[in-house]
Design a protein around this ligand. Structure first.
Ligand code: ASP
Length: 335
């Protein structure tokens, strides 16, 4: 039987519990808006490297800004009209692949033997499905091939001739290897053979109205690469990763280091297991890569529209567009 005193104590106890429970929503309301509200957003990069005001003429600068703006506008309008994040990143990346400005698709760099071998990957954050191609020489838009691998094959990565055969079966546009020839990259091969470094990969991450994140990366790899070398860009967990619980990631830089630290997954893991913000997680992994003596950059985006774009080079072609804000495009380190 409950004595009157026990009853009084129980009453106080339950009243306290009720008070604590009723206070919980108030605490949640106090969280910063960017943590509690999902918002559509897209972030892109066009590679990190020796990008300085002195090193780029005004015509080239305008061309880069125009293409980055166009990629962001196209991707964002897909998200705004209710499209999926995968369609938004594909639109952004194909626009950059079709431009000779970036080291992806049309503007891919040359291997040591004067060929173009392209890599690309894509990953969805809702079901962790992913697709990638590596070392392809005749697929006009490798990112579309990566997407087909994700959707229409039981595999994650296809390489070289097999990937090209698969792309053909999927009805993708096949081109002569000479399509990827550009004077600029041919000249770069000569300079890189004399030891200059530059990273011009492209990447995009978007979050759609359903809160689904998708990340994608496309590249020609590193100039002067040899022996069928494959970098981080087509490797899920190294150059590309997406998980709705954490973030989407796309990297650019000296791929061997991104593979060794599993950069893309490392950012996601720091968020998932250590509770770091997308900004802190990205900076931590960027520092790790820098401490190993490597250069590059990365973009990452969470479901709340928080964007991270760290790099340790003099510049990185980059930009983002979030709901309710205007487009941001930057090239140099001091912007
Ligand atoms: N990460 C790419 C690779 O290593 C190169 C780049 O970002 O420019 O293949």
């Amino acid at each position: 039987m409950i004595s009157p005193i026990r009853f009084k104590n129980n009453f106080v106890f339950f009243a306290l519990v009720a008070l604590i429970i009723s206070c919980k929503p108030a605490q949640e309301k106090e969280m910063p808006a960017e943590k509690s509200e999902r918002k559509i957003a897209v972030v892109i990069h066009g590679g990190a490297g020796n990008i300085t005001r002195e090193g780029i003429d005004s015509i080239s600068e305008a061309a880069y800004r125009e293409r980055l703006n166009a990629a962001l506008d196209t991707a964002y309008s897909i998200l705004e009209s209710g499209g999926e994040s995968s369609q938004a990143v594909l639109a952004a990346i194909t626009l950059m692949e079709n431009s000779p400005l970036f080291n992806a698709g049309k503007g891919a760099v040359f291997t040591s033997t004067g060929e173009n071998e392209l890599d690309a990957s894509i990953m969805r954050g809702d079901d962790l499905n992913a697709g990638a191609v590596a070392g392809v020489k005749t697929i006009k838009n490798p990112i579309l091939a990566a997407y087909e691998v994700m959707l229409n094959s039981p595999h994650v990565m296809l390489v070289r001739g097999g990937a090209e055969e698969f792309a053909k079966e999927q009805g993708l546009e096949i081109v002569e290897p000479s399509y990827f020839y550009t004077e600029k990259r041919a000249g770069q091969l000569d300079r890189v053979k004399r030891l200059e470094k530059e990273h011009g990969t492209v990447g995009a991450v978007a979050v759609d109205q359903n809160g689904n994140i998708c990340a994608a990366t496309s590249t020609g790899g590193m100039t002067n690469k040899k022996w069928g070398r494959v970098g981080d860009s087509p490797i899920i967990g190294a150059g590309t990763y997406a998980n709705n619980k954490t973030c989407g990631f796309s990297g650019t830089g000296h791929g061997e280091y991104y593979i060794r630290v599993a950069a893309a997954h490392d950012v996601s893991a720091l968020m998932e297991y250590k509770g770091l913000s997308v900004l802190d997680a990205s900076q931590t992994v960027m520092n790790k890569i820098g401490d190993m003596g490597a250069t590059g950059g990365m973009i990452a985006l969470d479901q709340f529209g928080n964007v991270a774009m760290p790099f340790n080079t003099s510049g990185m072609f980059r930009g983002y567009k979030k709901a309710g804000e205007s487009v941001v495009v930057k090239l140099f380190g001091d912007e």
